[in-house]
Design a protein around this ligand. Structure first.
Ligand SMILES: *[C@@H]1O[C@H](CO)[C@@H](O)[C@H](O)[C@H]1NC(C)=O
Ligand SMILES: *[C@@H]1O[C@H](CO)[C@@H](O)[C@H](O)[C@H]1NC(C)=O
Length: 356
């Protein structure tokens, strides 16, 4: 009884301090405009609860070095998505060439159509490697011993947290586009078959878009995955964990679960949500929440759906379901079909049925 009332008093105090904090914050915010950074009311007993400024966060001096490295990569992300979205395969040319194997002109036409496409596929693949390296730097910074826990990291390194979110946002979008474009795998396998035939016949096939065998194998494997970019990030995160033997895996997965909670809390708290100046930030936040859940599910030994998971899966799914119908179907599908542990026996039936 005493414990309960103490706890209650603590909560009341926290609420009071938060309101007071928010009040002063508002005054400060309206005076300082873009200097808006954080609204802090973190109670360790509760979920990490602060406003992560996805719209305006700027790097501090301490963040700058990593931020600049990652920024160089992120600057190219939009162009990659635009190119992938515009990617029209060489299905027609390939079909005609295959149906008329003795028509040399058609063979040449198909080859001429495929080679530049392979150049694009190689470029996307190479970008995935750069993105993995960027993620590696971010994880290094966000799990360093500079701050004692992931909440402090995300709160004080908001510009890095924002970049991390942008990487996840890009990743889900890339995989969505890849998933709906079967031409990609078709083009690449035609290229490989034709290339090995040309090699046997000693026809030189050199050119800037030529890929050697070893690289071709890696690119094939990359596109064979249903969600290649996410696979790259989860492998990269696992690699990060195994390379940093002194860093417990929890320190990395806690960074992910904290990010998921921060997104969830911002989405379900009207005061925070109303600070977003654009609806796009809402969908950004939703996508990041889902991306980070999937990543956690891959990297954490027992995954995001286990009882011991630090992600409140029911809460996150509820936030998704509270959005306008049809706006989040893709994200719910990502949870349904690209997570690793949803169908484990140990997953709570309630969670399974929420996703049905
Ligand atoms: C891992 O996280 C714990 C708790 O947040 C912290 O005390 C510890 O210093 C971290 N370990 C390293 C190596 O950063
Ligand atoms: C599953 O979740 C529900 C709702 O939160 C809870 O009541 C139930 O005890 C959980 N079941 C198990 C087996 O943990």
């Amino acid at each position: 009884m005493l414990g309960r009332s103490l706890a209650k008093r603590k909560i009341n105090q926290t609420v009071f301090l938060c309101i007071l904090g928010a009040f002063w914050f508002d005054i400060w915010y309206h005076n300082m405009g873009n200097l808006l950074k954080v609204l802090t009311c973190t109670d360790l007993e509760q979920e990490p609860n602060f406003f992560l400024d996805f719209e305006n966060a700027q790097p501090t001096e301490a963040e700058r070095e990593v931020w600049e490295q990652v920024d160089v990569v992120l600057k190219d992300a939009k162009g990659i998505l635009d190119e992938l979205q515009a990617y029209k395969g060489a299905g027609q040319e390939i079909r005609e060439a295959i149906q008329n194997p003795s028509d040399e002109a058609l063979q040449e036409q198909a080859w001429a159509a495929v080679v530049p496409l392979v150049g694009k596929l190689k470029k996307f693949y190479e970008f995935s490697q750069r993105l993995e390296a960027a993620l590696h730097s971010l994880l290094g910074a966000l799990t360093s011993e500079t701050y004692s826990d992931p909440t402090q990291h995300l709160e004080r390194e908001q510009a890095l947290a924002k970049q991390f979110a942008e990487i996840l946002h890009f990743t889900l979008r890339f995989d969505e586009l890849k998933m709906t474009n079967p031409a990609i795998q078709n083009d690449f396998s035609y290229y490989r078959r034709t290339l090995s035939r040309m090699r046997i016949n000693n026809v030189p096939a050199e050119g800037e878009n030529e890929v050697n065998n070893e690289l071709a194998n890696r690119i094939s494997l990359f596109y064979a995955d249903a969600t290649p970019m996410l696979k790259t990030l989860s492998d990269g995160t696992t690699k990060f964990v195994s390379e940093n033997k002194n860093l417990p895996i929890e320190n990395t997965t806690d960074c992910l679960s904290t990010m998921a909670s921060v997104c969830k809390v911002m989405l379900e708290t009207p005061e925070y949500r109303s600070r977003f100046t654009s609806e796009e930030t809402v969908s950004f936040c939703l996508r990041v929440m889902v991306g980070v859940i999937i990543l956690y599910d891959y990297v954490h030994p027992v995954g995001a759906f286990a009882k011991s998971s630090k992600i409140d899966m029911k809460g996150c799914i509820k936030v998704l379901k509270d959005q306008p119908p049809n706006s989040v179907e893709g994200l719910l599908n990502a949870l349904r079909y690209t997570t690793k542990h949803l169908n484990d026996d140990s997953t709570n039936k309630t969670i399974k049925s929420m996703l049905q």
